[in-house]
Design a protein. Structure first.
Length: 254
């Protein structure tokens, strides 16, 4: 399992995260929510090993990930928020590169890449350069690359960005299937409707602090709200959406 203990990150004297703790067991999908600037991206960078915390620790199966960061990264699949790929490579070449970096045999790379490209309707575009891909096509390549090595821990940071309806539906069912297969999944997203459907547990942040942690149903029941979206808005005290929309229309109409 992934265990985060009292995670804290400060930039100069400004705290980005303060004393955040959670665990993700095999088979669990943890939704990580919060307004912009709440510390979500900082958390993602720390648990992927891209950034070192100021205090606290990140453990995987009881071992501090910083003790052997290379070994930890071998079991992690990561879909970043930004699709920064090599534009001069074709989609298939990029997946072959990732497979080799992950230490997979050529036959395994060819089989897994071929099957997943077909599932995401990317087979006709596999020999086209990534520079010609749309945002959604690049996102599909990122998803495939993250799963190529069959990771134990999967970290999704806004994974639905740019995906069409069909790919988004496939992705949603894929997350459920990965959970049933025993994968530990960290799911960072603003799309609360999908989070409510695929996540077993949820953490809500605001200003770097943990406001709530529990199952989706427990959170809705405790807040006496009909949906996760309503519970989230109540907890973070977001501005009233209908009132804000009406004010916006009023502002541009006179």
């Amino acid at each position: 399992m992934l265990e985060v203990r009292s995670l804290t990150k400060t930039y100069s004297t400004i705290p980005a995260l303060e004393n955040v703790s959670f665990t993700i067991h095999p088979g669990q999908v943890l939704g990580y929510l919060g307004p912009n600037g709440s510390g979500k991206s900082t958390t993602v960078k720390i648990i992927t090993g891209l950034l070192e915390q100021s205090a606290g620790s990140v453990l995987f199966n009881g071992a501090n990930i910083r003790d052997d960061l290379a070994a930890y990264k071998r079991i992690v699949g990561y879909v970043p928020e930004e699709a920064n790929l090599y534009p001069f490579l074709t989609g298939l070449e990029y997946l072959e590169l990732i497979g080799r970096l992950r230490g997979l045999r050529g036959s395994v790379i060819a089989r897994r890449a071929g099957e997943m490209l077909e599932i995401f309707s990317m087979t006709p575009h596999r020999h086209s350069t990534i520079a010609t891909y749309s945002k959604g096509m690049r996102q599909r390549i990122l998803l495939i690359a993250a799963l190529m090595h069959n990771p134990d821990l999967i970290i999704f940071d806004e994974p639905l960005s740019g995906l069409d309806v069909t790919s988004a539906l496939i992705f949603r069912e894929m997350v459920k299937a990965l959970s049933r297969a025993g994968k530990a999944i960290f799911y960072c997203s603003h799309v609360l409707e999908v989070v409510e459907k695929v996540c077993s547990h949820v953490i809500i942040l605001q200003n770097g602090r943990q406001l709530a942690c529990g199952t989706v149903e427990d959170l809705k029941t405790f807040q006496q709200m009909p949906s996760l979206e309503a519970a989230f808005a109540h907890l973070v005290q977001e501005r009233d959406a209908p009132a804000s929309a009406a004010a916006l229309v009023e502002a541009v109409s006179h």
